[in-house]
Design a protein around this ligand. Structure first.
Ligand SMILES: Cc1cc2nc3c(=O)[nH]c(=O)nc-3n(C[C@H](O)[C@H](O)[C@H](O)COP(=O)(O)OP(=O)(O)OC[C@H]3O[C@@H](n4cnc5c(N)ncnc54)[C@H](O)[C@@H]3O)c2cc1C
Length: 341
């Protein structure tokens, strides 16, 4: 094992609602987790696809939005100090000679864990490429679909395209370090959280950025390096100096690397048992939307139940021989101590 490799009890692939709740159930059994997500924030579909939409079937909450549920889960798992790795795709999975797993990321980091929990939902979200001729020639040099390292955007003429949370969040985050900031959106109505829209409008009023209603028409540059973009507005074309273009046109879901790990799949979902939610590979569990078993319902509450049973089985692998005493959080002082209450 190289000195840069990290060893932990459990690696969770996916920080959607189910991956987050798994931290809680594993934490009650003293198991430490590292979580990876290709996105730049927790919450999976809840925060990426419907942060402001109300959910009506989370037990105990007559109504809660996708963002509120994620915030609550993050608060609930805080006592267990999970280690988050955002903007990371887990690409490789192999087995070490001692039976533990070796996971590699698209940043070539290596993690070892006795248990792997795949909570990858519908797979990883892949950004939709906007219909702009020749855009692929500029990708990864001047055109990016996510921000991995903010410093790569410092002192650049940035054009952000889109009207949702990702687009506006990045306008607010990058504006202070940008040479110039331009937002392009089809219409004068934004899907982002109202508070974020208000912050963006404050920047506009202060003359710190510009907003064009229209669509990207043409890209100009050389060898992948953009120099300007032309925006088709209702008042005619406008050309804006641009060295970084960030289009946020929504996401599609792809199963991705999970499909290549030799797991038994059923229509691109990982087949599991319903006692432990373990896959065909011992020690590798799959919970939430990514798994398949007879009667499966793709509901958040199903994933929460699966996380609880998975955690019991994971504990037996990580601490074989240790007796697991079933306890309620309401009455167990031991559990309450772990929760810091
Ligand atoms: C519009 C809409 C409304 C919905 N309403 C409801 C509702 O009312 N009630 C309800 O119960 N459910 C609802 N759902 C379904 C619910 O959102 C899902 O069941 C839930 O999000 C599944 O959670 P998850 O954690 O399993 O997966 P996800 O939320 O999909 O999260 C999986 C995470 O894994 C990450 N990931 C995948 N592959 C990798 C990889 N290789 N490396 C790193 N990260 C990876 C992804 O980026 C993602 O963040 C709704 C869904 C949608 C789209």
């Amino acid at each position: 094992m190289s000195k840069n490799e990290i060893t932990t009890d459990v690696v969770i692939i996916g920080a959607g609602p189910v991956g987050l709740f798994a931290v809680f159930e594993l934490g009650l059994l003293d198991l430490k987790c590292h979580l990876f997500d290709i996105l730049d924030r927790p919450g999976g579909q809840c925060t990426e696809l419907y942060p402001q939409k109300p959910i009506y079937d989370i037990p105990g909450f007559s109504v809660i939005t996708g963002q509120q549920l994620t915030d609550n889960l993050m608060h609930q798992i805080k006592p267990f100090n999970p280690q988050f790795h955002f903007n990371r795709m887990v690409t490789g999975l192999t087995r070490n000679s001692d039976g533990s797993f070796k996971l590699t990321t698209d940043e070539d980091e290596v993690y070892n864990a006795k248990v792997v929990v795949v909570a990858a939902g519908g797979g990883f979200f892949q950004p939709k490429r906007p219909p702009v001729p020749g855009i692929e020639n500029y990708e990864d040099v001047s055109v990016f679909y996510s921000v991995r390292r903010m410093e790569e955007f410092a002192d650049h003429d940035i054009v952000v395209v889109g009207g949702g949370d990702s687009a506006l969040d990045w306008v607010l985050s990058l504006e202070p370090i940008a040479r110039s900031m331009t937002l392009v959106h089809r219409r004068d109505a934004f899907r982002a959280a109202p508070a974020t829209v208000n912050e963006m409008k404050k920047l506009l009023d202060a003359g710190k950025m510009q907003l064009f209603l229209g669509q990207i028409g043409e890209l100009t540059g050389q060898e992948g390096r953009l120099s300007s973009v032309t925006i088709k507005t209702t008042d005619g074309p406008v050309t804006v100096p641009t060295s970084r273009l960030l289009p946020f046109f929504g996401l599609t879901m792809k199963l991705g690397p999970v499909a290549e790990w030799g797991l038994e799949l059923n229509d691109n979902l990982i087949s599991v048992d319903t006692e432990k939610f373990e896959s065909s590979v011992p020690g590798l569990f799959a919970i939430g939307d990514i798994n398949h078993y007879p009667g499966k319902l793709k509901l958040i509450l199903s994933g929460f139940h699966e996380a609880a049973l998975m955690a019991q089985a994971a504990k037996k692998i990580i601490a074989p021989g240790e007796r697991i005493v079933f306890q309620y959080t309401t009455s167990s002082t031991k559990l309450q101590k772990k929760l810091g209450v």
